[in-house]
Design a protein around this ligand. Structure first.
Ligand SMILES: NC(=O)c1ccc[n+]([C@@H]2O[C@H](COP(=O)([O-])OP(=O)(O)OC[C@H]3O[C@@H](n4cnc5c(N)ncnc54)[C@H](O)[C@@H]3O)[C@@H](O)[C@H]2O)c1
Length: 213
């Protein structure tokens, strides 16, 4: 099905809400629900029904009057929009505490991500297989990336190594870096960097808690 929009043209706030919609409608599909109203989805996600209708309008989905939305249609449309209907390969660099935890997370495949290889500078980690993912020494990075079909890297190295490793990844053809290191990365403009900082969520929670007292 052609949806007639480009993900890059959607409002960022809509894109940020799509994973939550998808989680809820996938669960409804699992439970055998066929239709859902914007009001019900809004109630479950703490959103106004009108916001839900707007978001779905952006991705080309309109509901049926008095009935709502087809659950299956929503699942397919959101998966298509996020490109989560196609599993894409990624590599992970930095198999420490955080890297190990991410390698152990089973949910990535449901989000269209398969970590096909991991790398670390520590020779004692080379040769391990963590939750099905082989770990290679950094010496093998370029040769393995030539062999693999990964365009994306998850960066979980120590902060002092972040910039050098990111540059090496970019030079080896990686196009997108999910950066967990908290370090700003200086990379060629064609490399997309998405920073992930747990501290931001914690700061928001702390601010909300302190505004209660
Ligand atoms: N984004 C967040 O919310 C968040 C939360 C926790 C940790 N972090 C960050 O994630 C990163 C990892 O944290 P951690 O607790 O797992 O640290 P860790 O020390 O347990 O793991 C770091 C790993 O990186 C490897 N490494 C170091 N230099 C390397 C290099 N040049 N090439 C390849 N591998 C190299 C180390 O051998 C180690 O296995 C850190 O940068 C940390 O600041 C971020």
């Amino acid at each position: 099905m052609a949806y007639g929009y480009k993900i890059g043209s959607l409002p960022l706030t809509t894109v940020q809400r799509l994973p939550s919609y998808l989680r809820v409608v996938r669960e409804m599909r699992r439970l055998g629900r066929e239709v859902v109203s914007s009001a019900r989805l809004g109630e479950l996600l703490g959103l106004e029904a009108v916001q839900v209708r707007k978001d779905f309008g952006f991705i080309g989905i309109t509901g049926m009057p008095k009935m709502g939305y087809q659950v299956e249609e929503l699942v397919l449309a959101i998966e298509h929009c996020l490109n989560w209907n196609q599993v894409r390969d990624a590599v992970l660099v930095g198999v420490g505490h955080l890297g190990m935890a991410l390698l152990g997370y089973e949910g990535f495949r449901a989000h269209g991500l398969d970590i096909c290889a991991a790398f670390d500078i520590d020779p004692s980690l080379a040769g391990l297989v963590v939750n099905g993912t082989p770990v290679w020494h950094m010496d093998q990075l370029e040769s393995e990336l030539r062999r693999l079909d990964a365009r994306m890297a998850i960066l979980t190295v120590s902060p002092d190594a972040a910039q050098d490793v990111a540059l090496r990844l970019a030079r080896a053809g990686i196009e997108g870096i999910w950066n967990f290191t908290g370090c700003p990365l200086d990379l060629p403009p064609d490399v997309i960097v998405q920073d992930q900082d747990i501290a931001i969520g914690l700061a928001v929670l702390s601010a909300k808690l302190s505004s209660r007292t």
